[in-house]
Design a protein around this ligand. Structure first.
Ligand code: CLF
Ligand code: SF4
Length: 473
């Protein structure tokens, strides 16, 4: 399949048991990420390798945007937090352990947490992210706790260790430190062995690859080929975030952050072999909420740590959660109906091979329901006269309405969306609309509170002057 995992077309042909596994996982199903939330608990501080894109003062770059250091939790506090948040945020469907170091470099803390949560919150999916060095050792443990989604970060499949040695200066394995090519070779062997074991056990694997300009961008299609051969489910190309203030080895050496355009090119190349995840937000090791939103600050330790487990289980309330999920599914059913005429496969987007990029502002639920002035990110779709495909999200540092003193906040938006033609938004003021128009971007409000996918297609068809535009319900 080409890039994107959205909706029924992308899931067509999948076995029913796999469809069921991903249906409400916000990372494995692009459709689910508009509706279901994840929680990460930061119980795993240590790491057993060094990546040159990571500064250990910050969260793990495998799954987490480098940011302020997370609040570390004991397994008991982590389980309490999951129960508390699960009661508050009923759309939460997944618990992930993704650092701030490596989940399997902290096996006791990781599996103690999963064990407690599995007992007390049986409806929750369990998910784990790792660099893969210790993966073969813990596959049976994962089966024991019903952890059925595992992410492995794999940046190279070069068996000589040449590329890997540029990314990993050392690993710590079997009580010994290994350096350079030997370290990279051991890591790769362990990753491949572990992933094969996971496939045998029926555990779904997502592979993350950090796109590092000048180091592995040309090699990543080889990685995708290998992943396909092994039976990995999904490939997530994560652009390296390499700002000097993070103090990583790559940033100090002048390796730049990867641009959205570079990410799109690599996604396209890797998408020849693998299903590509395009909606990842490189979230923190203590993230809470819908992907792209971070409600972590609402749920600090003082809120839940003094509550008893009995009280927390009542608060979690499995039955109320099931009712809430049933309502979400009802809403998804009607949303899918509204979007069902939308073709999403890359090869069928256009009858003339001409496509445009369309930006959308959304606060979730698959609708165009956010005002232009309050967005911090845009969803980007590629659209032709026949179909549309979700490509990526793009962030801006400051919302337009809270723009920087002494400058026009529209400048950043125009820069971030320079290759985009249309912006579909719930509301926009006259000033920004004029500024966007002068830069060649058309902002459209007529699809406010309409389903995203059908609206993007209709707007593209109007742009291409096609008279058979789809109905937007
Ligand atoms: Fe967390 Fe990762 Fe599980 Fe998702 S995140 S452990 S698979 S529940 Fe998701 Fe966040 Fe991207 Fe990770 S958006 S960084 S892919
Ligand atoms: Fe950092 Fe994660 Fe790499 Fe460990 S695996 S060095 S925590 S990015």
């Amino acid at each position: 399949m080409s890039c994107g995992t959205s909706g029924s077309v992308a899931e067509a042909g999948m076995p029913d048991d796999v469809k069921d596994m991903i249906h409400n996982h916000p990372c494995y199903s692009e459709g689910a990420h508009h509706h279901y939330a994840r929680i990460h608990v930061a119980v795993a501080p240590a790491c057993n390798i060094q990546c040159n894109y990571c500064n250990r003062k910050y969260d793990c770059s495998n799954e987490s945007r480098p940011g302020v250091t997370s609040e570390r939790l004991t397994p008991e506090d982590a389980a309490k937090k999951v129960l508390f948040v699960g009661g508050e945020v009923q759309r939460m469907s997944v618990l992930g352990i993704a650092g701030p170091g490596d989940a399997l470099a902290n096996p006791e803390k990781t599996f103690d947490t999963f064990k407690m949560v599995r007992e007390k919150a049986p409806d929750l999916k369990l998910c784990l992210s790792t660099n893969g060095l210790e993966l073969p050792k813990y596959v049976d443990e994962m089966v024991k706790y019903d952890i059925d989604h595992v992410t492995v970060t794999i940046n190279s499949v070069d068996t000589t260790g040449e590329i890997g040695s540029k990314i990993y200066p050392w690993i710590f394995y079997n009580n010994k430190r290994y350096y350079g090519k030997e370290a990279a070779q051991i890591l790769l062997e362990r990753q491949l062995e572990g992933m094969k074991m996971l496939v045998e056990k029926g555990i779904l694997i997502k592979a993350n690859s950090v796109l590092i300009p000048g180091v592995n961008e040309k090699h990543l299609p080889e990685v995708a080929k290998k992943l396909k051969e092994i039976g990995v489910f999904l490939h997530n190309i994560m652009p390296i975030i390499s700002e000097p203030e993070y103090g990583t080895k790559f940033a100090i050496d002048g390796v730049p952050s990867a641009t959205p355009q570079e990410q799109m090119e690599v996604q396209e190349a890797c998408g020849m072999d693998m299903k590509i995840m395009a909606h990842c937000r490189q979230c923190r090791a203590d993230a809470v909420g819908l992907i792209g939103e971070d409600r972590g600050a609402e749920f600090t330790k003082d809120v839940f740590s003094t509550m008893t487990f009995d009280a927390l289980e009542d608060h979690y309330n499995v039955e109320a959660r099931q009712d809430a999920h049933a309502k979400i599914e009802e809403f998804r059913f009607f949303l899918d109906k509204a979007n069902e005429k939308v073709q999403k496969e890359k090869g069928e987007l256009s009858s003339t091979s001409e496509t445009i990029l369309v930006a959308v502002t959304t606060a979730g639920e698959g609708m165009i329901n956010q005002h232009f002035g309050s967005v911090k990110e845009f969803l980007i779709y590629e659209a032709g006269d026949k179909g549309i495909k979700f490509i990526q999200h793009r962030k801006i540092t400051t919302e337009y309405c809270a723009g920087p003193d002494g400058g026009n906040p529209i400048d950043e938006v125009i820069d971030v969306l320079k290759d985009v033609k249309l912006i579909l938004t719930a509301k926009i003021g006259g000033c920004p609309q004029e500024d966007l128009k002068a830069a060649g971007l058309t902002a459209i409000q007529e699809y406010a509170f309409q389903p995203i996918e059908a609206s993007v297609l209709k707007a593209a068809q109007t742009y291409f002057d096609v008279d058979k535009a789809v109905e937007v319900n």
